[in-house]
Ligand binder design. Sequence first.
Ligand SMILES: [Zn+2]
Length: 355
Amino acid sequence: MADDAPDAPPDLPTPDDDPEPFAYDGGRVDPGETANVRYGVSETYLGDAVRVPVTIVNGERAGPTVFLSAAAHGDELNGIEVVREVAHEWDHSDLAGTLVCLPVLNVPAFLAQQRYLPIYDRDLNRSFPGDPDGTSARRIAHNIHRNFLVPCDLGIDFHTSTRGRTNTLHVRADMDHERVARVARAFASHVIIAGEGPGGTLRREATAAGVPTITVEMGEAHRFQRDLIDRALDGTRSVLAEFGLRQESAVAWPGWRTVVDGSEEKTWLRADAGGLVEMLHDRGSLVREGEPVCTITNPFKTEVETVTAPFTGLLVGVLENPLVHPGNPLCNLVRLGERTQRAIEREGERASGSG
Ligand SMILES: [Zn+2]
């Protein structure tokens, strides 16, 4: 076993191996080459190809193959910028391994600037691993899955909150799966929400196919949020270092971390009154048990409800659109242990997101 990678699973290639081409149905990319491909996954009403942009960077030296994907939901833009910057702005002259960069997975939804595939509102991120004889969503998923996900050794799928809400940068990962947990920890986010994810999601089905995959949630739809993009780039750099693709140090410990496991540790606070919401904290803030989180007022600016935190925790998700019906979600609160609370307090303002 190589001294420089003592805990690398034996099935991952190392720089001591011979580099290999990356092959997909219709092409190949040799070691030392970068290819920008538009890969046909479906057809429009006019019979034109619907083509997914893919950049494949094959390093001169052997190493793991990693996919980075974004915009499985067409209006979730932050991840697009992360994937594009890694593919086109980083220096890959020393890369050991291959990067498969998919900045826009759901091209029809991206063109329409909506979450789901147009017409039937199908969720591409419930359609994996896909089916060559299935619905249009499943055929698209099948083409992406078999060509660009299955050949990889691990992957990161970037998302944002749903339109009208925002979330602090966090990882979603099956922490019971040893190789997935290694990717998740290497990304070095403060918050990891544990769980394998719903059936049909890219990360769950890619993991089931032998490609350990995490989801990164960051910010809101329809935006480029520079602070979150920069943090996601740091996390990506750390994952690539952990698995030996880049010769730099992985971030072993982000300062503090909470792994949320089980429904009693996280809750959506919901409105009991209809009205207009004023949030009193940003996403990523620490709130104390009993502390007001937001107020709801009527058109006469009379307060009709004050929503308080049922336990001390972190506001992982908050709403951006201030209009609510009774029962609508206001914010997603994650319980924090005493040690994590103290670590956040020591970190002071660094813990709270903005923008
Ligand atoms: Zn999403």
